[in-house]
Write a protein that binds this ligand. Sequence first.
Ligand SMILES: [Fe+2]
Length: 273
Amino acid sequence: MVIFLGIQSFIAETRARQDEKGNMIGGYKHTKVSSNLIAFIVHILTDDTVPLNPMKEYHTRHSKSPIPFHTDEFGDILAFQTRSAAIRGGNCILSPVYTIYNELVVSRPDVIWTLSEPDWPLHLPHYHQRALLFYEDSHIIFNAAPNALLGSKAHPRPTTIPSISPRQLEALTLVQGLAEKHKISFSAQKGDMHFFNNLALVHRRDATEVGPGGKRHLVRMYLRNEGMAWKIPMMLNTTTGWEEAYRQGEDVEQVWHIEPMPDVFLPLIRKPN
Ligand SMILES: [Fe+2]
């Protein structure tokens, strides 16, 4: 862990707060553990207890199921340390937004406009509308997760909010297809660290097989390099609280969950990211 933190300081030195309940922005204000507690580490843990707890199977951080291409809701640089690898699968799969964008410009420029319109009905953690694709300070930025647009077992979509339109569904499907076309995949082994730009790459995970007593265990942190950080579009910042996550007040307590916290202490939330 010390080496992980040390290498981070050369890549992206500022850490965003997260909490174990998945309430990433302002979550520390709502946690039952403390009213002034912030946490920087989230454990992504899939083990052989998943079949015993259906909630875990629905929860993306603990599930053995594959996850479609997405960006995390916020975080400039996503940092992962692999503590234990799956027997099979669980690979990290990345795809470049710029390549997807360039291919859409040539083949389906109308989809660029669809993705850029501020009318995508997201539901994470609450219903709001915004664009998925941005052009900010000479950067193309994409931010979306299918679960926030389509719902999932862990994150059911209320019938009282609008569904995405057929045109938006087509755009989302095209992005998934192009991401698959241009993907790179790697299986992180125990001790590996990987860092990637959450503004310019989409990522997914394939199905995970852990075996009896085995586990896939990654430690996730959200980082920023203050000197090289991209400007966050205002619409994205106001709907996610992106910038706020990097600001820590003087009266808050920093907690470092070096090991996963027991579920009884910090139970899984009903609407995880
Ligand atoms: Fe993710």
